[in-house]
Every structure is written in structure tokens, then in C-alpha cells.
Write a protein of this length. Structure first.
Length: 133
């Protein structure tokens, strides 16, 4: 009985361990887009689904002003890369891959300030997206 208890304790402690070096599981996407910081998500409006946008690191200041409407969901004419920074998926310094999920339009979008990005309020719009990763 004591051996069984020790074995279960050991198994529980090993199962509870995780490595911060483990990569996040892959997210299946319909298309990957090499994006600029002004690229919006309208490419996916008709098909819905998930899309990946690859955003370059260190955009010039002029590109950091691309408009973003809403706080998640965002309007589909918003900058995907800036929405990715706003949502915490990437940073300006590192850039990276932003995965979004296309969603139907909303009646209202509320702006906010997160991660140094200020987004704007907007009324009804025909398509939207959420940052998944």
C-alpha cells in the first residue's frame, strides 16, 4: 500500500509539471497573409474561419497609427497587426503571427486603451474579428 501511495504521489507531481519552453499548439488557419501594419481583415469576410497575419517587427511610427475600431471584437476594416498588439498577441518590437477568427458584424464596437494602443468606438459594421492568438 505504501508503494502505491508513493507511486501515485510521484505520478501526480510529474503530471503537474510543465515546461515554459513548450510551444503553443498549432492553430489551423484557412490562409496566412504577409501583412503590413495597415492590412485589415476583410480578406476573410466572406469565408469566415481563422486566418494568420504575419506582422513585421519595429514598424515605423507612421505605421503605428493605423486605425483599430473596437476592443475585441474589432471591425474587419481595422489594422490586424495593431489589434494584435492591443490584444497582447504581439508587440511592436517583436512583431509576429496574429491569428484571428472572423465573426459576423456587431451593432456597436467600444474602443479602449491596452498595451499602448488606443482603439476607437464605432457603430454598426458588417464584419468583425477576434484575436485568437
Amino acid at each position: 500500500m505504501r508503494r502505491l501511495s508513493c507511486a501515485l504521489l510521484l505520478l501526480a507531481s510529474v503530471a503537474g509539471c510543465s515546461s515554459s519552453d513548450q510551444a503553443a499548439p498549432a492553430v489551423e488557419v484557412a490562409q496566412t497573409v504577409d501583412a503590413t501594419w495597415s492590412t485589415d481583415a476583410r480578406v476573410g469576410r466572406e469565408a469566415m474561419g481563422r486566418y494568420a497575419f504575419v506582422c513585421s517587427p519595429n514598424p515605423p511610427e507612421s505605421d503605428r497609427g493605423a486605425i483599430v475600431w473596437g476592443s475585441g471584437p474589432y471591425t474587419d476594416d481595422s489594422s490586424v497587426c495593431r489589434a494584435g498588439v492591443h490584444a497582447g498577441a504581439i508587440t511592436y518590437a517583436s512583431g509576429g503571427r496574429v491569428v484571428i477568427e472572423m465573426r459576423p458584424g456587431q451593432e456597436q464596437y467600444v474602443g479602449s486603451v491596452r498595451n499602448g494602443v488606443e482603439t476607437e468606438d464605432y457603430g454598426s459594421w458588417g464584419g468583425s474579428f477576434a484575436v485568437v492568438r
